[in-house]
Design a protein around this ligand. Structure first.
Ligand code: AMP
Length: 471
């Protein structure tokens, strides 16, 4: 691995815990100029007390984003290789979660990052980890079977995305990263692990297979990251996590990221982290603020017709549709093709190769319409999605937030529409309770099952922050 160059600027104390200097409050412009994900804007809660967790004794502070002076990447104390890489990525300034998490992670603190998808959290942990790797023991690359950093992710898609981030931000270093996930051959992964790598990004099941075959040893592990911890627990990975963490050294740095903080995640944090500092961006469950969203009331049996009609409208350039079931997703694809619209389905019955191909084609713009079950819900970074359509109302209100987070990522604004059949009204109300505001309704003449017709046709959905039910 290449030698680390000297730090670009002296490391300074984290900006997160400082109160706003009375005179200097200055609003940094939002994403169109900065390229910063706007979903990171609303409120920063820094270093707060979390339930019974023994977190930092620092006071809880609510700082309006408009009152925060965001530092530059150089201010955060990143090495020149990393400053180059963020410049190559086109980032002009850190997002709020990056501004908070990076200096703390560089100090070696354990962190709980409460941040929804689209806030830039991946770079928030990837950059300081790479810095640690190039600064410490840079002339001693990982030996055979050894690993210095382990990142656990719930899905293959997120695993690939995090691995890509390591490659992107570590491009000016000689870092070796191995993505480890199921559904593909074991042999190439075995070879990589046996050689020794710096970073393993893995889903828990496949990693355990490799551990059982003694392909990988964690005695040298320095950093453990649990990404989308809530999702991992939702997917039933708790036993695998416990087995894996039992095999890693107790003295390590642990970073846990989660969109939500249910009791189970809190317990995990209590068991695995030491005196963690909690950094939180935005209100829990708040919908990404660049996204505009709306509900279309429509009888269940008219949903596909409404969908086909909407897809003909201008600007529907890259549309991700969520269906509750695999069969439902296949049915939507069939129905659309009957209407001359080419679409592809992505769900758990498809092979990993088919899923990866669908994703690639969607990312490259070859496929305009992708119909997915919730495997695509988190961790899928498809920049430039113009629309998300919930063909079925998500059953878990939290899922609504994650889904509509697909659009509105990294500054682009996108629309998110939800088709609501009469028996789904209560579920929409639950979502509105969770996000703390009503979602505007759009009534399409000929489709709305209610009495209001026509009056809102063509109305663009309101931005989330000003969303008011218009009926
Ligand atoms: P994440 O929340 O980590 O999945 O990141 C969401 C998106 O934001 C990704 O497409 C990143 O490439 C992008 N991103 C991350 N950090 C920045 C930044 N500082 N400025 C602009 N875009 C960013």
């Amino acid at each position: 691995m290449k030698k680390a160059s000297s730090r670009a600027t002296p490391r300074r104390k984290t900006p997160t815990a400082r109160k706003k200097p009375a005179t200097a409050a200055k609003k940094k412009s939002s994403s169109p100029e900065t390229g910063r994900p706007e979903s990171a804007q609303p409120v920063i809660h820094a270093q707060r007390k979390l339930g019974s967790l023994d977190v930092s004794s620092a006071e809880q502070m609510d700082i309006a984003a408009s009152d925060v002076i965001l530092p530059s990447f150089a201010d955060l104390g990143l090495a020149s290789e990393l400053l180059e890489a963020v410049k190559d990525a086109g980032y002009t300034s850190p997002t709020p979660i990056q501004a908070q998490a990076i200096p703390l992670a560089l100090e070696g603190r354990d962190l709980i990052g409460l941040a929804q998808t689209g806030t830039g959290k991946t770079a928030g942990f990837t950059l300081p980890i790479i810095q640690r790797l190039i600064e410490g023991n840079h002339d001693r690359p990982s030996a055979a079977h050894r690993v210095r950093v382990l990142i656990l992710t719930p899905t293959r898609e997120l695993c690939i995305q995090v691995e890509e981030s390591f490659r992107k931000y570590g491009r000016h270093t000689g870092l070796r990263v191995a993505p480890i996930f199921g559904g593909v051959g074991v042999e190439p992964q075995t070879k990589m692990l046996r050689k020794g790598v710096d970073v393993v990004v893995a889903t828990p099941g496949r990693l355990l297979d490799h551990m059982e075959r003694q392909n990988v040893v964690f005695d040298d592990l320095e950093v453990l990251v649990l990404d989308e911890a809530d999702r991992m627990l939702d997917m039933g990975f708790a036993p695998q996590l416990n087995k894996i963490v039992a095999e890693v050294p107790r003295f390590r740095q642990t970073l846990l990221f989660s969109a939500t903080m249910p009791a189970e995640v809190e317990t995990l944090a209590r068991n695995y982290l030491r005196k963690p500092i909690v950094v939180q961006v935005g209100r829990r469950s708040s919908a990404a603020s660049t996204v505009t969203h709306a509900v279309y009331p429509v009888p269940r049996d008219r949903k596909t017709d409404l969908l086909a009609e909407l897809l003909q409208k201008d600007g529907m350039d890259s549309v991700l549709i969520f269906s509750r079931t695999k069969h439902g997703a296949d049915r939507v694809v069939r129905h659309l093709s009957g209407k001359g619209v080419t679409a592809t389905a992505m769900h758990a019955d498809k092979s990993q190769v088919e899923r990866m191909r669908a994703l690639e084609e969607f990312k490259s713009g070859k496929i305009r319409v992708l119909v997915a079950t919730d495997i695509a819900q988190r961790g899928l970074d498809v920049s430039g999605i113009s629309h998300v359509i919930n063909y079925d109302v998500p059953q878990q209100p939290e899922d609504y937030v994650h889904r509509i987070g697909r659009t509105g990522r990294a500054a682009a604004s996108g629309d998110a529409f939800t088709f609501m059949a009469p028996d789904e009204i209560a579920m929409v109300r639950s979502i509105e309770r969770i996000i703390g505001e009503p979602i505007p309704r759009i009534s399409m003449p000929g489709y709305d099952f209610g009495s209001v017709t026509g009056e809102l046709e063509g109305v663009r959905a309101a931005p989330v922050s000003v969303a008011r039910r218009r009926r």
